[in-house]
Design a protein around this ligand. Sequence first.
Ligand code: TXA
Ligand code: MG
Length: 315
Amino acid sequence: MAKIGADLAEAARFLENDIIGIPTETVYGLAANVWRPDLVARIFAIKNRPDFDPLIVHTFSLEEAQKLSKEFPEPLLNLCREFWPGPLTVLVPKSEEIPYLVTSGLSQVALRVPDHPLLLQLLQGCGFPLAAPSANPFGYVSPTTAAHVDKQLGDKIPYILDGGPARVGLESTIAGMEDGRLTIYRLGGLSIEKIQRFAGPVKLVLNQSSNPRAPGMLKSHYSPSIKTILDSNPDGTILAANPFLLRFKEMLYGYPEHLQLVLSPDGDMEEAASRLFGALRQADESGCSMLVAEPVPEHGLGRAINDRLRRAATP
Ligand code: TXA
Ligand code: MG
């Protein structure tokens, strides 16, 4: 078990020679000093993460982020000015200094300024950027509490900085440039609508089956262990198997309440997003043999929620 606490000095001390769990507004991360390839390599080992899956580098300001890039394309710069700190990651040409281990040999680096007060303080105090993927075994649901991290990876790290439950609950939206156009590679905590209101139409490149730019683009990812299907109106044959039901705002009438979880009784998409990954973990612990998830309306964060549910439902 890792020590869980909110002591910034202690977190910074552990980071001198180790990997720790960190809170962000999206999901918890597994963080190491970006300049320490030995520690970065251990992140891959701890997560059982393939080495073709590069890490996001976290800093505390746009100015710091610019130091880590060779060039910051104007459309991405504008996006960062508008939405950082926040659930947005940008792909930019990397500076010479960024180790190729961090970018899996790619010439671009993923950068993000997270919107979490405790983490921003840590980043300001520790003196180096943090390379950090989500703190879950590769392919599994991302953690949104310190307890989630502890449960799966607690025996492999000394410390988890506890910043409370993740406010957003979905991983960051990943943006980059492709053929001179602003392109979204992963739907996430910053909605496409918000991006498009600010930047105009964007290109979506969300699925790739082999050698993906982001493994979050793999058809199957973010999966609970329980067999998952998407169905808003499961019929009697399905219900006869006593599945766990994940519902958007209303229980399924006539089905046992203790086998159902409602994401947001008010139909609030942000609340639904913040509760999604906890709900998938609860389904795993329910003892049921199947999860039947109801897709949510396809707008705002609902698109990212449905994206995660679809990948969870792909075997
Ligand atoms: O919200 C988040 O983004 C969280 C928190 C901890 O910041 N992090 C996160 O990291 O979700 P991870 O490693 O689980 O997902 C990062 C995604 C990966 O799918 C990775 O392939 C992609 O970002 N990525 C990272 N660097 C990249 C690069 N240089 N080129 C293309 N994709 C990259
Ligand atoms: Mg991840």
